[in-house]
Design a binder for this molecule. Structure first.
Ligand code: NIG
Ligand code: FE
Length: 408
């Protein structure tokens, strides 16, 4: 007879192992031991076992804990004045070219202490966690000098300590060229390549990201940084296809990238290459909304060729100050036409894949981490049908019940 730490009964399980209705188990049970799911399936097939604690969920839905696989959660300052300029007609690229945008946040972040960065980011993280998020990716990229980039990554690591979340860090030195290197782009690329090795050796970064778009770097510059990442043993991902069509999907695929993010400008050749390399298309509808973009990611082509689609908040102060993963799901449906099953897979299974963590999380299966969210809804379609403010009634992280509403 097995010994379990926690047994969930009378549950409806959205296992998310596929987008098919068979991935749903109507009368299910789920057993947890040592922080992992050890059994999940139809209640009548539950093997004999002894549970230290049992929670009857009265038919509530259980999903994997949500994964926000693309954020820039750590930064100082805000870009409210820039928002006003954009509403008056300036474009995101114009503001960036005039020295605002990302560079404005870099200036504020460089002078912020680790304590300030941590306090600001903790509030943002709490907003995500309140919606059932249990894994968050955080990028650097607002330092663009060695010390501030390292400080951002160290802050991200620290942010996770003592909170019911896994933080995954990404070194985004290749975000854009900082003002002091305007006349020496190659010098900045060299600096990024050197820092790449350092953040990998210090285990400060789990992956590297570069921006292959007109506000970032050209192909040759990206090649140098991606090769440095490869030498440092860091998996890569790209910001690409946010502003222009330049073959970013195929370029990402040629480096075996975990993901290509934004990808609103994406050709069929890009999609085919991504399908072959297993590169996830991470859709960021918050940035699409906030920048009033009109070119949409080619969702039908992605579906047709079997490219996994993830959805993330892209939380950042300039293009997507969004702190709600369920609103990102809602926007992915409204703007891009994703189905309810696709938006759910987008913040679970495919988001895990975009972080290289699918072996460990993102679905409800024996052997995976017991990161779960429990929802008091009748139908899974209700998750993203409200505009904001859908909260789980309970969250289980690493096998422990970490949040429970009073009425549950
Ligand atoms: O993912 N290359 C774009 N980078 C961010 C925006 C960062 C910012 O504007 O501060 C993005 O949208
Ligand atoms: Fe981003």
């Amino acid at each position: 007879m097995s010994d379990w730490d926690l047994l969930l009964t009378d549950a409806r399980l959205a296992t998310v192992v596929s987008d098919e209705p068979t991935a749903m188990i109507d009368r299910g049970a789920l057993a947890i031991a040592d922080g992992h799911i050890v059994w999940a399936g139809p209640a009548q097939e539950l093997p004999q076992g002894r549970a230290r604690r049992t929670i009857a969920l009265e038919g509530r839905w259980v999903t994997p804990g949500f994964i926000d696989c693309h954020t820039h959660l750590i930064y100082a300052g805000n870009r409210a004045s820039e928002f006003a300029e954009r509403m008056a007609g300036a474009s995101y690229a114009d503001i960036a070219a005039a020295g605002g945008g990302i560079k404005a946040t870099v200036a504020a972040t460089r002078v912020a202490s680790e304590a300030q960065l941590l306090a600001n980011a903790a509030l943002r993280l709490d907003a995500l966690l309140s919606e059932g998020v249990t894994t968050v990716e955080i990028k650097s990229g607002y330092g663009m000098d060695r010390d501030t980039e390292l400080r951002m990554l160290a802050t991200a690591r620290q942010l996770g300590e003592g909170k019911p979340v896994t933080i995954v860090t990404t070194y985004l030195g290749g975000h854009t060229v900082p003002a002091e290197f305007a006349g020496n782009r190659a010098g900045y690329v060299e600096l990024v390549c050197g820092t790449m090795a350092e953040v990998a050796a210090a285990r400060l970064a789990d992956a590297a990201d570069v921006c292959y778009d007109p506000i970032g770097f050209d192909r040759e510059e990206c090649e140098r940084m991606l090769q440095a990442a490869r030498c440092a043993g860091l998996p890569v991902k790209l910001h690409t296809g946010q502003i222009a069509a330049q073959g970013g999907g195929a370029f990402a695929a040629s480096y075996g990238a975990l993901s290509a993010d934004h990808v609103e400008y994406l050709s069929e050749d890009d999609v085919l290459a991504m399908a072959r390399s297993g590169t996830v298309a991470v859709l960021l509808p918050g940035a699409f909304y906030y920048l009033r973009e009109t070119t949409k990611p080619p969702v039908e082509l992605l579906r047709h060729h079997g490219v996994p689609i993830a959805v993330a908040t892209d939380h950042n102060p300039g293009s997507s100050p969004l702190l709600s993963i369920v609103l990102a799901m809602n926007m992915a449906s409204v703007f891009f036409g994703l189905t309810a099953a696709e938006t759910l897979a987008g913040v679970t299974r495919n988001a895990a894949r975009a972080l290289g963590l699918l072996h460990d999380r993102g679905t409800i299966e024996a052997g995976k981490r017991a990161d779960l969210a429990i929802w008091d809804i009748g139908d899974l379609g209700e998750l993203a049908s409200l505009i904001g403010s859908r909260k789980p009634s309970m969250v289980i992280q690493d096998g422990r019940c970490v949040g429970r509403r009073a009425d549950t």
